[in-house]
Design a protein around this ligand. Structure first.
Ligand SMILES: Nc1ncnc2c1ncn2[C@@H]1O[C@H](COP(=O)(O)OP(=O)(O)OP(=O)(O)O)[C@@H](O)[C@H]1O
Ligand SMILES: [Mg+2]
Length: 334
């Protein structure tokens, strides 16, 4: 009963997601930490997110993940230990963890995942699974069969493009493009067009509430920021069209990368993908009409899925509960 107490973890850049094997207990928390003078931890998780952009100068609020891998091992370990402690009423200390990683994660990066988990949990029972495989399982695709599937996960900091067949990621690409990049584009547009400096939180709200592709409702939202010239507080009303236009270049870059990966798929698998279509997941896939826009540009059916932010963690859970899928996980290369 090696995996009796195995827990699923998705160390998302935006949200850290934890589940027990039965899916009975779960914890979602912002993947953020606030540290004073590089040493004293002030807040972790949602509390740190609350402080973000309101923090005093001696406090740094940051996410320990970047580009799908660990950027600060010390901070990631702090966030994970704290989050696991909140979870320990359910999670036994001796339990192992299964976590999803980008496909092309290097041995050094794998080692970082392993170290962070062993340090925060005093366990060496760590299993890794490719994010694309976890997403595919959550979508209900038969990942073990020899036919080809293509999944695109647009998260907060990365876009993971995966082509899957025979229980493996045959082609995988991790792009440093995701929701945060879109937020930056929105903030830049607001600075240039409206002469207002806004924070990333405001930009994110604008994206999530107003952005659309092709056609969408002409909504608007009031924002508050700092006037770029006077430095005084200023507010304005931002139309959804301006927000949508601001993000189009980044969306188009993602589409170009999807086309490039699709162009490299071996013919027998690309035939399957052409028939089945491409599955779109990750939080950013919730942008209104994004799948329709992608379908038009790429010329293949594009499907979006229910509750896309949780697709990776749902897949991890299914994988640790099904023996034939558990074999797709691996121990980190040490
Ligand atoms: N309605 C929405 N429209 C557009 N984007 C959204 C919406 N809701 C959430 N998002 C964005 O989705 C992203 C979070 O998605 P997700 O939880 O998949 O990311 P993550 O797994 O934490 O990040 P990553 O996989 O890149 O490490 C954020 O950028 C968030 O702003
Ligand atoms: Mg993710």
């Amino acid at each position: 009963m090696l995996f009796k107490s195995l827990y699923g973890v998705d160390l998302g850049t935006d949200t850290l997601k934890l589940r027990d094997k039965d899916g009975q207990h779960f914890l979602d928390s912002k993947n953020m930490i606030a540290v004073r003078n590089n040493s004293k931890v002030i807040a972790i998780g949602n509390d740190a997110w609350e402080m973000y952009e309101k923090n005093p100068v001696d406090v740094e609020v940051s996410c320990p993940m970047s580009g799908g891998v660990i950027a600060s091992a010390t901070n990631m370990e702090r966030v994970l230990s704290y989050t696991l402690r909140q979870f320990t009423t359910f999670a036994r200390k001796s339990s192992g963890l299964c976590l999803a990683v980008p496909t092309n994660v290097t041995p050094v990066e794998q080692r970082a995942f392993f170290n962070v988990i062993s340090d925060s949990r005093q366990t060496n029972r760590v299993r890794l699974i490719d994010k694309g495989l976890a997403d595919a399982v959550s979508i209900g695709l038969d990942v073990l069969s020899g036919s080809g599937h293509m999944i695109v996960n647009i998260g907060a900091d990365t876009t993971e493009i995966s082509v899957i067949s025979g229980g493996k990621v045959i082609l995988g690409q991790t792009l440093r493009l995701g929701g945060r990049k879109l937020d930056e584009e929105i903030a830049t547009m607001i600075r240039r067009k409206f002469n207002i400096n806004i924070g990333m939180k405001t930009a994110q709200v604008l994206k999530n509430n107003l952005a659309f592709m092709i056609n969408g409702p002409r909504l608007e939202q009031q924002i508050f920021g700092i006037h770029t010239l006077s430095g005084l507080p200023k507010s304005d009303v931002i139309p959804s069209l301006a927000v949508s236009v601001a993000i189009i270049d980044v969306i188009d870059r993602i589409i170009e990368e999807i086309q490039a990966v699709y162009g490299r798929v071996p013919p027998q698998l690309s035939r399957d993908i052409a028939r089945e279509g491409i599955f779109l997941t990750g939080g950013v896939s919730m942008i209104l009409n994004l799948p329709i826009y992608m379908q038009k540009e790429i010329g293949l059916p594009i499907y979006h899925i229910q509750d896309p932010r949780n697709s990776t963690i749902r897949g991890i859970l299914e994988i640790i509960n099904r023996k034939e899928l558990l074999e797709l996980t691996r121990t980190p290369a040490l």
